[in-house]
Design a protein around this ligand. Structure first.
Ligand code: HEM
Length: 122
C-alpha cells in the first residue's frame, strides 16, 4: 500500500472502485462516442482490470496485472477526442457515485499521463 492511500479511501476502497468501474465500463459501451471501440470487448474482464488498475494508482493494496497501456491500446487508432470523451464518461460515472470534485481531479491527474501510450493518432 502506498504512503498516500487517502484517494483510495475516498473512492470507497475496493468495493467503491469496483462499483465505479462497473458503471464506467457500462457507460463507455453505451456512449455514442466511445461505444464503437468497445463493441467486441470483454466487458467483465475490462471491469476487473480497471478495478485493479485504479485501486493501484489510487494507493490501494492491489497490483494491476494486465497489459501495459501501449500494448493494450495498440492498433485502436485512438485520437485525442476519443480520450477526452472517455474522461468525460469517467466524470459522469464519478458524479453518479457521489465522488467529491477534489478526489475526481486527483484520480484524473493520475490517469492523464497515460494519454501518451493510449493516443496513437496525432
Ligand atoms: C487513461 C485512459 C485509459 C486507461 C487507464 C485505460 C485502461 C485500460 C485497461 C486497464 C485495459 C485492459 C487491458 C488488459 O486487459 O490487459 C484497457 C483496454 C481497452 N481500452 Fe483502455 N484505457 C484508457 C483509455 C482508452 C480509450 C480512450 C479508449 C477508446 C476510446 C480505450 C479503449 C479500450 C479498449 C477497446 C480496450 C480492450 C477491451 C477488451 O478487448 O476487452 N481505452 N484499457
Amino acid at each position: 500500500q502506498s504512503a498516500d492511500a487517502s484517494l483510495y479511501q475516498h473512492l470507497g476502497e475496493k468495493p467503491g472502485i469496483e462499483r465505479l468501474m462497473n458503471d464506467f465500463v457500462t457507460r463507455l459501451a453505451a456512449d455514442a462516442r466511445t461505444g464503437p471501440f468497445f463493441a467486441k470487448a470483454n466487458l467483465p474482464h475490462l471491469k476487473e482490470q480497471l478495478t485493479d488498475q485504479v485501486c493501484q494508482v489510487s494507493g490501494g493494496p492491489c497490483e494491476y496485472g494486465g497489459a501495459d497501456m501501449k500494448t493494450a491500446h495498440a492498433d485502436m487508432d485512438i485520437r485525442k477526442g476519443d480520450f477526452n470523451a472517455l474522461v468525460e464518461v469517467l466524470e459522469q460515472a464519478m458524479d453518479a457515485q457521489g465522488i467529491a470534485f477534489a478526489d475526481q481531479r486527483q484520480l484524473l491527474a493520475r490517469l492523464a499521463p497515460m494519454h501518451r501510450d493510449v493516443i496513437t493518432v496525432r
